[in-house]
Design a binder for this molecule. Structure first.
Ligand code: JAH
Length: 227
């Protein structure tokens, strides 16, 4: 899978070289590409935004500059289909189901807006292009300064689902264990007593039937969007 982000703050994506995701790229399971939108700005001040039609506060990112950046990614891509993910507070709420669907993509292109967002014609136009599938996504009801952090969230949720990325695929199976959602129960490790607080005896019993029942009874259902 190829993961591309277009942003005016490429440094936001340095965590991609860390941990599990960094290893996935070193092992050739994914490739990442960070494109600086400002490289496509033509004016003397390399400005990427302008005042909103209809008036109002703030600035809007220019469709022409975004179009040139996206076309450049498209021209150098060998993917048959590009899933264009536009991170925006008005998008559909991103769920585990979206992560699973996106994990089948050949290339995901994350459009990370700043200011008051990206001119709406960008999503509209690429929605008419056969090579593109456009998704407007939000990771939750709060306002960020831009889409970069939201893109990182979606990237991590998708990448960890790819074959070979997780060290222990049992963890994936356990997440989809139950139709109601993820079974999340309290977890413990050594030492068996810490500051006078004991691990529940049943977990040290070796009785796997009793352990499974205890975990079921002590589970919080975390999401109904998964499995
Ligand atoms: C803010 C462009 N749902 C999280 C989220 C995603 C994107 C943005 N805010 C929140 C955002 C300003 C400009 C995107």
């Amino acid at each position: 899978m190829r993961l591309t982000a277009i942003t005016i703050f490429p440094d936001y994506f340095s965590p991609l070289s860390l941990s599990l995701i960094g290893k996935a790229e070193e092992e050739g399971l994914i490739s990442t590409e960070i494109v600086n939108l400002r490289d496509f700005a033509t004016g003397v001040h390399r400005s990427v935004d302008d005042t909103p039609y209809g008036g109002g506060a703030g600035m809007v990112m220019r469709a022409d500059i975004w179009g040139d950046a996206i076309d450049s990614v498209s021209a150098s891509s060998k993917a048959k289909i590009i899933d264009l993910v536009i991170l925006t507070p008005s998008g559909r709420r991103f769920t585990q189901r979206d992560a699973v669907a996106l994990s089948k993509a050949e290339q995901i292109l994350f459009a990370c807006g700043r200011y008051e967002g990206i001119d709406a014609r960008v999503g509209e136009f690429y929605g008419t292009q056969d090579r593109f599938r456009v998704h407007h996504l939000s990771i939750g009801d709060y306002v960020l300064n831009g889409g970069e952090v939201a893109a990182l969230v979606v990237m991590e949720a998708v990448i960890r689902l790819l074959p070979g990325v997780l060290g222990n695929p049992d963890s994936l199976a356990e997440e989809s264990h139950n139709d109601e959602g993820f079974l999340e129960y309290p977890v413990y490790t050594k030492p068996p007593t810490w500051r006078g607080v004991d691990v529940p005896d049943v977990l040290l019993s070796g009785n796997h039937g009793e352990i499974a029942r205890w975990r079921r009874e002590n589970s919080q259902i975390v999401s109904s969007e998964g499995s």
